[in-house]
Design a protein around this ligand. Structure first.
Ligand SMILES: Cc1cc2nc3c(=O)[nH]c(=O)nc-3n(C[C@H](O)[C@H](O)[C@H](O)COP(=O)(O)O)c2cc1C
Length: 161
C-alpha cells in the first residue's frame, strides 16, 4: 500500500498530492490512500509499504500540521519501517528547500529510502494577497507529480523498492 500524507492551506499541495494519487492509482494491484496530515496516525504509517509526503513550505519550514504528523508518528514507528520507499512533494511560494531538507532529515532518521529527489513546485506567491489566494497548479507541474506517484507505485508493485 502507498500512503500519501499531505497538508494544504490554499489548495496547491492538495492538487499535487491528488495528482500523485492519480498517477499511482493507474498502477494495477496497489492500494493508494490519501491522508490528511492531521488525521494520519502511526498505524497508517506502519500499514504502508511506501510514502509520499506532501507539504507547503511555511516560514522556511514544512507546515506545522505536517510537522505535528511527524512528531506524533516518529517514535511509535521508529525501527519498524526501515528501508521503505518515500518521496516528497513541496508547494512553495518561491523557495521550498527548507521544507525539503527537513523531510529528508526525518526520513533519514526513519531509515527510509528516497526514490526520487524532492519535487518542489513554486506558485510565485509573494504578497499577502497572493499567498492567501486559492492556488491552481499548472498542468505541467501536476504531470510531474503524477509521474512521481506512478513511479513509486510501479516500483512497489514490482518489488524493486
Ligand atoms: C505563513 C506562511 C508562510 C510561508 N512561508 C513561505 C516560505 O518560507 N517559503 C516559500 O517559498 N513560500 C512560503 N509561503 C508560501 C506557500 O508555500 C505557498 O503559498 C504555497 O502555495 C502554499 O501551499 P498550499 O496552497 O498547499 O497551502 C508561506 C505561506 C504562508 C501562509
Amino acid at each position: 500500500m502507498l500512503v500519501i500524507v499531505f497538508h494544504s492551506l490554499t489548495g496547491g499541495t492538495r492538487q499535487m498530492a491528488e495528482a500523485a494519487r492519480d498517477g499511482a492509482a493507474a498502477e494495477a494491484g496497489l492500494a493508494v490512500r490519501l491522508l490528511r496530515a492531521g488525521e494520519a496516525a502511526p498505524a497508517d504509517v506502519l500499514a504502508a509499504d511506501g510514502y509520499i509526503f506532501a507539504t507547503p513550505e511555511n516560514l522556511a519550514s514544512m507546515a506545522g500540521v505536517m510537522k505535528d504528523f511527524f512528531d506524533r508518528c516518529y517514535y511509535p514507528v521508529l525501527d519498524r519501517i526501515n528501508g521503505r520507499a518515500y518521496a516528497s512533494l513541496i508547494c512553495a511560494g518561491s523557495d521550498g528547500e527548507g521544507a525539503a531538507r527537513q523531510i529528508a532529515r526525518i526520513a533519514n532518521g526513519w531509515r527510509l529510502r528516497d526514490v526520487a529527489p524532492p519535487l518542489i513546485v513554486c506558485t510565485r506567491a509573494q504578497t499577502p494577497e497572493e499567498i492567501l489566494a486559492p492556488k491552481s497548479i499548472e498542468a505541467a507541474d501536476l504531470a510531474r507529480c503524477r509521474d512521481v506517484g506512478a513511479a513509486m507505485a510501479a516500483g512497489l508493485v514490482m518489488g524493486v523498492f
